[in-house]
Design a protein around this ligand. Structure first.
Ligand SMILES: *Cc1c(COP(=O)(O)O)cnc(C)c1O
Length: 470
């Protein structure tokens, strides 16, 4: 019913609150929130009527608007989504997905008190690192380990502990910038250490390191070229080449592995990525790496290496500021335990399962979904099932691509405007948003990360696309 501005007859608040249809809202959202939202709904109706706009002021319409407003205000801002970008470890989409054993452990840690820093053998106060220590020592061959918030924190803490007020030698070819403002030179400054660059961008020789060493050299550091490759006329001093020089001068060597992995990935048909064990065996005194990249665990940073150096790191007051919480440790422990059965890892560790998913499985899924997406999009787009290539992501094995399969969507050449941009938005607005990638005038939906268990849910929501046409 439309009201003239001179005769605003809006339903009264107390009448609406007493309506049977309001009872479930009061039960779910509470009185205060419901009343406030109702006043807001009535206020905007009043504004619309005063402006001479047509507005439905029936009780039903007001309660419907109230329901929508309360729902919207209470919807969580962190939403699950389908990652069809083709990047398995996507930093902006939360990196590694964790296996159910880790999910269960986190749920328990949320619900129950835990022996986070409590030694159940002695009944005395303990150290939270010991919860994962044994697994990590076994898996890396290191003497000691400690866990912090992420790998950036691991590098910061290591540098601050070992090199504050002193110099750290790094090759110019390894002055890495990882996305999100992590640059080795900047972290070095914040840690209170002075960077001493040696060599050239493409070539660094052992004598460059040797000549760079001075009285105040605290550390020789190597950084894994996570997200780029230097090719052509190049020379890198390898860890085994560097270690004898470091030993001779009595200076420790640290390696920031970035992703780092705990197993040889070649056994699963993936490209080789230096493992933490290889780095320790290669003579590194300390190694830093992420928990949520190739390792496939929760966000954290792990420092592994010499006992005396780890002990010094654990005494640094910054450790207290950078330490991990119980949820992280709860998730990390079962993930590490999976590594003791490497032959079952491609089944149990979600990240590895996705990375090793056979192209035929993705192809079968693509062929099943192709007609469904084609129907949902109508004839201004052409959908085809095609081979494509996925990336591991998060700087791991940056130049390697994994053969994958998925859906390629192209717009009819006569469509004006930005049809792929429109499609990108429509997919993003689905109940479970779908994130793909636009390249070469094509919208790519890589199916590597759409496991069969979720395929029906994905297919079912495609129907929503028909009602949100361009
Ligand atoms: C990813 C990465 C980091 C940062 O690790 P986060 O866990 O994201 O903090 C640091 N160094 C290298 C070489 C990396 O690849």
């Amino acid at each position: 019913m439309t009201q003239p501005a001179s005769n605003l007859r809006l339903p009264a608040v107390h009448v609406l609150l007493a309506a049977p249809a309001c009872a479930p809202l009061l039960a779910e959202y509470g009185r205060e929130q419901t009343v406030n939202a109702l006043r807001d709904v009535l206020a905007s109706l009043r504004t619309a009527l005063l402006a001479g706009e047509a507005a439905d002021t029936s009780d039903e319409a007001v309660l419907a608007a109230l329901t929508a407003s309360l729902k919207a205000a209470n919807r969580s801002t962190m939403r699950r989504l389908f990652n069809l970008t083709g990047t398995v470890l996507h930093t902006n989409l939360g990196r590694a997905l964790l296996p159910d054993v880790a999910v269960q452990a986190v749920a328990d840690a949320l619900r129950w008190p835990m022996n986070l820093e409590w030694d159940l053998e002695t009944g005395k106060r303990g150290d939270r690192d010991t919860l994962v220590e044994e697994h990590l020592l076994k898996l890396t061959g290191a003497e000691a380990v400690t866990v912090v918030n992420n790998n950036a924190a691991a590098v910061l803490l290591m540098l601050n502990t070992l090199a504050s007020g002193r110099e750290v030698i790094v090759s110019r070819g390894e002055l890495v910038e990882i996305g999100g403002a992590f640059r080795i030179p900047d972290v070095m400054t914040r840690a209170g250490a002075t960077l001493r660059e040696v060599g050239a961008t493409n070539r660094t020789h052992l004598k460059d390191y040797a000549e760079g060493i001075a009285d105040n050299t605290a550390l020789l550091m190597k950084v894994h070229c996570s997200n780029y490759a230097i090719t052509g006329f190049t020379k890198e001093v390898t860890l085994p080449e560097l270690v004898p020089l470091a030993r001779e001068r009595g200076i420790p060597v640290a390696v920031d592995l970035g992703s780092g992995t705990l197993v040889n990935l070649e056994q699963y048909g993936l490209p080789h990525e230096t493992t933490v064990r290889e780095t320790i065996e290669g003579g590194a005194d300390l190694v830093t790496f992420s928990g949520d990249k190739l390792l496939g665990g929760p966000q954290c940073g792990i420092i592994a290496g010499r006992k005396d150096l780890i002990a010094a790191i654990k005494k640094n007051p910054l450790k207290r500021a950078l330490r991990v919480g119980k949820l992280t440790l709860a998730a990390l422990e079962p993930v590490l335990a999976l590594y003791h059965a490497p032959d079952l890892l491609t089944e149990r560790l979600t990240t590895l399962r996705l990375l090793t998913r056979p192209a035929w499985a993705m192809r079968a899924l693509a062929e099943r979904l192709q007609p469904l997406l084609q129907r949902a999009l109508g004839d201004s787009y052409t959908v085809s099932a095609e081979p494509m290539s996925s990336q591991i992501g998060s700087g791991a094995l940056p130049v390697d691509q994994l053969p994958s399969y998925g859906l390629a969507v192209r717009a009819d050449a006569r469509t004006r405007g930005n049809p792929l941009g429109v499609l990108e938005r429509r997919l993003r607005q689905l109940p479970v948003p779908v994130i793909g990638r636009i390249a070469d005038d094509t919208f790519w939906l890589d199916l590597r990360c759409l496991e069969d268990a979720h395929a029906d849910e994905f297919a079912a929501q495609l129907a929503h696309l028909e009602s949100t046409s361009a």
